[in-house]
Design a protein around this ligand. Sequence first.
Ligand code: AMP
Length: 437
Amino acid sequence: MNAFAELGLGVPLLRVLEEREHFTPTPVQSKAIPAVLWGRDVWAQAQTGSGKTAAFALPILQNFAEPQASSPRGVLILVPTRELAAQVGSTIKEYARHLPKSLKIVTVYGGVSINPQMMKLRGRADVVVATPGRLLDLVEKNAFNLSTVSLLVLDEADRLLDLGFSDELGRILEMLPRQRQNLLFSATFPDAVTTLAEAILSDPVRIEIEDSTESAPDILEQAIEVDVPRRTQLLVNLIKSNGWSRVLVFVATKYATEHIADKLRRAGIEAGALNGELSQGARTRALADFQSSKIQVLVATDLAARGIDVVQLPAVVNYDLPRSAVDYTHRIGRTARAGETGVAVSFVSAETHAHFRLIEKRNQRQIPREQIEGFEPVETDIPKPEGTGGVKGKRKSKKDKLREAAARSANPSAPPAKPLDPSFRWHRADSNPRGRK
Ligand code: AMP
């Protein structure tokens, strides 16, 4: 018997899974699918690329396909970014393809005109995938009624809070019916996410698979020492010598995405830029060109670090290092998804040695430094007095400050991260709506 059938999925979903050549459930799917079908709340720590979208989408769709008295009537899936919303929405539509009754699945996010989204929400939507800000706009315009929701999914909850969505989340939770099923997925569990999970989940099934070797992605991490001015040449050299079919390159600023993509094009490599200042249409196009291999390299800010699923991405390059260890994990998690292998290269210069050591320390790993012939660094390390906060001993230079300002302006739509207000009372779904625990 098909392993997915054993988890309780019916023929229409099994057909799609077969078409997509998903024959074996991933660990998070094995645990989450039966739990969701049984109406339980779920608290899942799932690494990016672990198959978590299907882990919640499949049982939700199964419940629509064969409704029980207690099946959810309306599903709301909250995600942190527009790109993830578009991706989750289209994945769910794809999985729903063979269901006997067609479902109304609506995706809404900011940065595009609200009117078509209001039209789509007319009548009753079965599944709504949304970013929090736009969802609230739609609620305020009476285009969507949160009281119809009986199942809530928080996807990438850590990122939702990182991006400063805690106020929006709080307002949404206040308007949701108290009796509902809740599924919370997060790659990491900082205190704010744990507080949120404890507040909204009722007797959840806990799923922790991050450390299991079975699900750990197969990523070869490399740290290459190189002087700042030589990074683009080194990048060109690596792309050509390794024959990477697709490369995602992370840089710190919006300007750098365009500047480096331009330099790569001049070196004969098809490249595009992705950053938060591009229009939604341009962002979607850049990703589509990357997915369809029209461009070989996508140069992006951290906007692209989370949630974007590029099948077969053999390499990620940290041209500029990420700001935090958590961002590092999310960036490199773009490669080696769903059982593939991948390489994650970080460029380390004299200026960024200390910062990279901090990232390694936080992630409890040590990555040997390498040098590439012809690109050996000549710049020397900056001496670092201890105890001045941030990356130890490194006071912000004018250049750093400009770079930070540019990075902030690269994603103006993201409000500054705010800590979760501990006094806020999240609404708890305090009884099991489906009575099947
Ligand atoms: P996600 O973690 O949801 O972003 O999924 C990552 C990738 O894994 C996507 O490309 C999925 O199509 C793929 N995937 C999901 N479930 C399976 C499975 N059971 N077997 C193989 N690939 C899968």
